[in-house]
Design a protein around this ligand. Structure first.
Ligand SMILES: [Zn+2]
Length: 241
């Protein structure tokens, strides 16, 4: 797994218990698991989707599982409302998608990019003027494509990490302090998009459950037991009979 060799996270917020919080921060300092789990909350998304209609794309069961695994991502004195968690999960998901599709060159990829880019432009907190021309521009000017995506994504990430602070103690050196898990996830997303070791390319989508995971080589299935390659194959065989 990648080495996030930047300042370590420490937190003001409490995820149910100090013990759970310490574990969470250890995890955040080591890999992208929380971030990938968050963008995986979104089930199939199409271009007709509207902001606020989260229940149609984020199944309750997945949300409950996420909260059980990671706790409420807000500061301890103010748990984050579920709608906010959904909104941020969607934002991070769209950032991942536009970035992913902006790097491909075939016509289907450009269509997907256009659909996701449109949705991100309509973000309730960063709403930008709709641009009916960008499909054509994306097709004709690849350099334009990346520049537009970079600009939109940068604006959002920069805004979301504003509350992150640096702390310093002689004994431990520099550390980051964040009042909630959210800015940390945007910070991680920012690192991921620029990772010199190509971390972004190592993200895969599971062929069975559609979750995003950190993959090696040609791995097609995530690490959940129900997505084990042999099990999936057996199930398919049984279903086909
Ligand atoms: Zn899976």
């Amino acid at each position: 797994m990648s080495d996030l060799s930047l300042p370590q996270y420490t937190g003001d917020f409490d995820a149910a218990s100090a013990d759970k919080r310490d574990k969470l921060f250890a995890k955040l300092n080591r890999d992208y698991a929380v971030l990938l789990d968050t963008i995986s909350l979104i089930d199939r998304l199409d271009g007709d989707w509207h902001w606020q209609e989260f229940d149609s794309v984020i199944p309750q069961s997945k949300l409950a599982r996420w909260l059980k695994d990671w706790g409420n991502p807000g500061p301890w004195y103010e748990p984050l409302p579920l709608a906010d968690l959904q909104k941020h999960a969607m934002t991070l998901h769209l950032i991942y998608q536009v970035f992913y599709y902006s790097q491909l060159d075939d016509i289907e990829a450009i269509e997907s990019l256009t659909a996701f880019y449109d949705l991100l432009l309509k973000h309730p907190d960063f709403r930008q003027a709709p641009d009916r021309q960008h499909m054509a521009r994306f097709k004709e000017q690849p350099q334009h494509r990346q520049a537009r995506v970079n600009h939109l994504v940068s604006t959002i990430i920069e805004h979301e990490v504003q509350t992150v602070r640096m702390a310093y103690a002689v004994e431990r050196g520099f550390s980051m302090r964040a009042a909630s898990l959210l800015p940390v996830m945007y910070y991680q997303m920012g690192i991921l998009l620029r990772s010199p070791s190509g971390d972004f390319q190592k993200i895969r989508q599971c062929a069975n459950c559609n979750a995003y995971f950190w993959g090696h080589g040609n791995r097609r299935y995530c690490y959940k037991s129900e997505c084990d390659r042999r099990r999936v194959y057996k199930r398919k065989k049984r279903g086909a009979k």
